[in-house]
Design a protein around this ligand. Structure first.
Ligand SMILES: Cc1cc2nc3c(=O)[nH]c(=O)nc-3n(C[C@H](O)[C@H](O)[C@H](O)COP(=O)(O)OP(=O)(O)OC[C@H]3O[C@@H](n4cnc5c(N)ncnc54)[C@H](O)[C@@H]3O)c2cc1C
Length: 560
C-alpha cells in the first residue's frame, strides 16, 4: 500500500515492527527484502507528496564549492532517491578494500569480502546489473580478448569489469511490488524531522514526521532504520544528538579527473567501447592498481578508464562530442557540469563565441558521423529498456584520453557539522567541510606512473600525463557521500557495529554509504544495496520474522 503523508491525521501515530526512513535504493531494498518476513514494515519517504518542499530547501551548504558540488544537485527527493539520476555503474569493493591496510589510517571493515559475496549477488539482482562476474574471463568467456594486447604487468590489473544497471530507477521499477506487498506500508511526502530517544538515550522512542510545517505525526516501531542518504542520515543523527563523537567525521567522496593520454603501439588492439555479456548487460573495462602495488606504493585504490577526451576542447574534432557540448544546457545539471571541463590541458585561449564556432565546425564538418551516432543513440539509449550508458569514442589523433576514479583516505577532519540555519521544518542544515589529503592525490599520481611503466615495460604504448594537473585538477564525484557514520568493531572507532546498528542505541540501524569505513574507488550503490539486503536478514532474525523474503531471486535476471 502506498499512502500520501497528507492523508494521515495531524498529530496521529503509526506503528510497525520496522520503520525505515528514506525510499532510495537502500530503503526500497530493505523494505522489499523484509516484505515476506512476517514483520509489519513501514517505509517513509520524504519526497513524492504534493506539498513536498523542493530538495534545495533542505540539507545545507559546502565550505569550498570549487571542487565539491552543491549538495542538492546530486540528490533526488522522491521514491527511488538518487537512483532517479544515477548512471547505473555497478562495481563491487575488491577484497583489499575490506582489509586493514597499514598504510591507510582507519582502514579495515569489520566484515570481509567472503562474507560479503552472497550479498553482492543479491544486489546485482536488485540493481539489474546481472551476475557477480566482474572479471573478463568470467563474464565474457576465457577466449575474450584482453583490454590491450600484450599488456601484462604485476602492478596493473586490466581484466576488471564494471557492470551497468539499466539504469534502474528503484522508485519506478519497484513501485508495484511496494504497493502489493501485504505487510508493507509506504508513506510518501513525509519528512522525518526528529529521532526521539527514551530518557536513557539508549533506545529510540519514536520518529517525528512532518508533511508540511504544522502537520506532524509520529511513528513507533520495534526497530528503526535511517536510510535517508549518505548525508541526510547523518544530519538526522546530528540533529537528534545521537551516535557519539564520530558522527559526521570521515566524510569521503570519490575523486575524479582527467589527466592522461595513452598512445598505443601501432597494431595494438585496444578495447575501449562498451561490451555486453550474455544477458545483455553493458560492461566496461578499466585499469586498476593491483593490491600488491597499492601496498608497496602506499596508495589508496585507484582506477583509470579510457573515456572521451575533454568535451569542451574542440580540438578532439569529434562531431558527436561537439554536439553534446553545444546541447549541454538541455542536459541535467549534474552531467552538464562535466561537459564544461577542458581537462588537464587547461582552458583554451579562445573566447566563448570562438569556441562555439569551432564546435559548430566540428559538427558541420562530419554530419554523416553525427547522423549515424544519433540514430544509434536513439535506438540503443533513448528507446532502449537497457540503455547504452554513455558515449565511447575512439582515439583522437592516435591517443586515448583516460579518466581516473580514486579512493580517499578516511580522515576525521573531513567532516559535516550542523549550522544554525534551519530548513522549513526547523531541522538544522549541514555545513560540509570536505577535505583532501596529499596521500589522496599522490595515490592518483602513483597510479598514473604505474600504468605508464606497465605500458612501457610491455612495449604496448606510452602514457603522457600531467602530475600537477592531478594534484590541482580533481573533483569530488558529486553523488557519492560516504563515511559520516562509519562501521567499526567497537564504539571507539565508529558509529555502527558490523550489523549497522548504532552502538549507543539498541533499536536504531543505518543503511547507506554513511556506514562505509572506507570508500574504495567503486561507485557505492551496489555495496549500499548489498548491505541493505544483509541488514534485512539480520533484522528478520532479530525481530523473530521468518527469514528474508527472497524477492530478489524472483526478479528477472537482467536478460533482455
Ligand atoms: C548524477 C548521479 C550519478 C550517479 N551515478 C552512480 C553510478 O553510476 N553508480 C553508483 O553506484 N552510484 C551512482 N550514484 C549514486 C547513487 O545514486 C547513490 O549511491 C544511491 O542513490 C544512494 O542510495 P540511498 O538509498 O542510500 O540514498 P538516496 O538515493 O539519496 O535516497 C535517500 C532517500 O531518502 C529520502 N530522505 C532523505 N531525508 C529524509 C527524511 N528526513 N525523511 C524522509 N525521507 C528522507 C530522500 O528523499 C531519498 O529518496 C549517482 C548519483 C548521482 C546523483
Amino acid at each position: 500500500m502506498i499512502i500520501k503523508g497528507s492523508e494521515l491525521p495531524e498529530g496521529g501515530r503509526i506503528e510497525a515492527d520496522v520503520a525505515i526512513v528514506g525510499g532510495g535504493p537502500a530503503g526500497i531494498t530493505l523494505a522489499l527484502e523484509l516484505a515476506d518476513s512476517g514483520l509489519q514494515v513501514l517505509l517513509m519517504e520524504g519526497g513524492g507528496g504534493r506539498t513536498s518542499p523542493r530538495a534545495d530547501s533542505f540539507t545545507g551548504e559546502v565550505a569550498d564549492g570549487t571542487r565539491h558540488p552543491p549538495l542538492t544537485l546530486y540528490r533526488h527527493r522522491g521514491l527511488g532517491g538518487a537512483s532517479a539520476l544515477w548512471g547505473g555503474r555497478c562495481v563491487p569493493f575488491a577484497p583489499v578494500d575490506f582489509e586493514v591496510r597499514p598504510h591507510i589510517p582507519w582502514s579495515g571493515w569489520p566484515i570481509g569480502a567472503t562474507e560479503f559475496a552472497p550479498w553482492y549477488a543479491r544486489a546485482g539482482a536488485w540493481c539489474e546489473s546481472g551476475p557477480s562476474r566482474f572479471r573478463v574471463a568470467e563474464a565474457l568467456g576465457p577466449d575474450a580478448p584482453p583490454a590491450v594486447t600484450g599488456l601484462t604487468d604485476p602492478d596493473i590489473e586490466s581484466d576488471g569489469l564494471e557492470r551497468f544497471s539499466r539504469p534502474t530507477h528503484f522508485g519506478r521499477r519497484y513501485r508495484r511490488m511496494l504497493a502489493a506487498a501485504p505487510r508493507l506500508r509506504v508513506v510518501v511526502g513525509a519528512m522525518c524531522v526528529g529521532v526521539d530517544t527514551m530518557a536513557s538515550g539508549r533506545a529510540v522512542e519514536a520518529l517525528r514526521f512532518a508533511v508540511r510545517p504544522g502537520h506532524l505525526f509520529t511513528v513507533r516501531a520495534r526497530a528503526y532504520v535511517l536510510a535517508a542518504g549518505g548525508l541526510e542520515t547523518t544530519r538526522l543523527l546530528l540533529a537528534s544528538g545521537i551516535g557519539g563523537e564520530w558522527v559526521g567525521r570521515f566524510y569521503m567522496c570519490h575523486l575524479e579527473g582527467k589527466a592522461a593520454w595513452a598512445r598505443f603501439r601501432p597494431g595494438t588492439s585496444v578495447i575501449f567501447a562498451y561490451e555486453r555479456d550474455g544477458g545483455g548487460v553493458y560492461l566496461r573495462r578499466h585499469f586498476a592498481l593491483s593490491p600488491d602495488a597499492q601496498r608497496r606504493l602506499r596508495t589508496t585504490n585507484v582506477i583509470l578508464r579510457i573515456e572521451p577526451p575533454a568535451i569542451a576542447d574542440p580540438s578532439h574534432v569529434n562531431p558527436v562530442l561537439s554536439a553534446l557540448w553545444l546541447s549541454r544546457t538541455f542536459l541535467k545539471p549534474e552531467y552538464a557540469r562535466k561537459l564544461a571541463s577542458f581537462g588537464y590541458r587547461g582552458a583554451l585561449p579562445v573566447g566563448a563565441s570562438a569556441l562555439v564556432l569551432r564546435h559548430l565546425a566540428n559538427v558541420t564538418g562530419n554530419l554523416p558521423e553525427l547522423a549515424r551516432f544519433s540514430a544509434d543513440w536513439l535506438l540503443r539509449h533513448t528507446l532502449a529498456r537497457r540503455k547504452l550508458p554513455y558515449v565511447a569514442t575512439a582515439a583522437t589523433n592516435g591517443a586515448f584520453s583516460l579518466d581516473y576514479n580514486a579512493e580517499q583516505v578516511p580522515n576525521p577532519e573531513s567532516r559535516v557539522t550542523l549550522t544554525d540555519k534551519r530548513d522549513v521544518f526547523g531541522v538544522p542544515r549541514l555545513h560540509v567541510n570536505w577535505q583532501v589529503t596529499p596521500q589522496d592525490t599522490e595515490s592518483i599520481v602513483a597510479a598514473h606512473r604505474a600504468l605508464a611503466s606497465a605500458l612501457a615495460r610491455s612495449g604496448t604504448g606510452r602514457l603522457e600525463f600531467d602530475e600537477d594537473a592531478i594534484r590541482g585538477g580533481y573533483n569530488a564525484i558529486g553523488g557519492h557521500h560516504i563515511g559520516t557514520a562509519r562501521m567499526a568493531d567497537d564504539p571507539s572507532a565508529g558509529v555502527v557495529d558490523r550489523d549497522c546498528r548504532v552502538f549507543t542505541v539498541e533499536n536504531l540501524w543505518l543503511a547507506g554509504s554513511a556506514v562505509f569505513p572506507t570508500s574504495s574507488h567503486a561507485n557505492p550503490t551496489l555495496t549500499i544495496v548489498a548491505l541493505a539486503a544483509r541488514l534485512a536478514a539480520h533484522l528478520a532474525a532479530q525481530l523473530g520474522g521468518h527469514g528474508q523474503t527472497g524477492r530478489a531471486d524472483t526478479l528477472p535476471q537482467a536478460a533482455e
